[in-house]
Design a protein around this ligand. Structure first.
Ligand SMILES: *Cc1c(COP(=O)(O)O)cnc(C)c1O
Length: 224
């Protein structure tokens, strides 16, 4: 990763600034590690898989002010499980998904805060709106009354050279500013320093805060 874990963890106590916040990505990490980070002052945690997230949310429901963010791709048949569990959903990658989440939220008198995910690198394997599609869908997205669009999210390619992702972060912010959006969810363990320089309001840090994820360790161990 290049960035020693203690350095990233010290960001939590430094509190960055009120406009630049750390989302601790806790997917595939044990709850003990989440509790340990909570005790250091971290309150925002990001999960990718709804089932895993709901289990952790239930286990940690007595931890005051803990906030959960959903950052992974969402299957439409799982939308009914979202309820009011997630303060933010970062991974709105199609109009159909936005529409479905909006309707589900309205049915429980809720307005769900969301980020729209953009696929700026245009890799076919990545989820997210292509820039042109986002711009042409904007009016329809904004008209959905069960969601509040707070900003944009992106997940650039995993470059060996994090500097190569600077252009994507700049572009995300430029697009957001055209639509008067103020939140930018961008940067991971790998490239968060660049993302902070380019105006990230949420950096999503997993391995650099928690160490390797469980399933990755399993994969490295190989079949037994
Ligand atoms: C897993 C994940 C991260 C965190 O990645 P790390 O390299 O562990 O920091 C950030 N964003 C998304 C969307 C993820 O799925």
């Amino acid at each position: 990763m290049g960035i020693p874990a203690p350095t990233a963890r010290s960001l939590i106590s430094q509190k960055l600034s009120s406009k630049q916040k750390i989302l601790a990505v806790s997917k595939l990490q044990p709850t003990e590690k989440i509790i340990s980070l909570y005790n250091e002052g971290q309150r925002d945690f990001g999960e990718n898989y709804i089932q895993e997230a709901l289990e952790k949310i239930e286990l940690l429901k007595d931890f005051s002010n803990i906030q959960w963010h959903l950052i992974g791709p969402i299957q439409k048949n799982k939308v009914k499980f979202l309820k009011k569990h997630f303060t933010y959903i970062h991974s709105i990658d199609s109009f159909a998904l936005a529409e479905k989440i909006s309707a589900a939220a309205l049915s429980i008198q809720h307005i769900q805060k969301v980020f729209i995910q953009l696929n700026l690198s245009e890799e076919p394997t990545k989820s997210g709106f292509l820039k042109e599609d986002f711009e042409s869908e904007w009016t329809r997205l904004q008209a959905l009354s069960g969601i509040q669009i707070v900003g944009l999210m992106t997940m650039p390619p995993l470059e060996n050279e994090p500097e190569k992702n600077r252009a994507f972060f700049k572009e995300l912010k430029y697009i957001g500013s055209k639509f008067d959006l103020h939140e930018y969810s961008m940067g991971t363990s790998h490239d968060y320093q660049i993302a902070l320089q380019e105006g990230a309001t949420w950096i999503r840090l997993g391995t650099t805060l928690f160490g390797e994820r469980e399933s990755q360790k399993d994969q490295k161990r190989g079949p037994s």
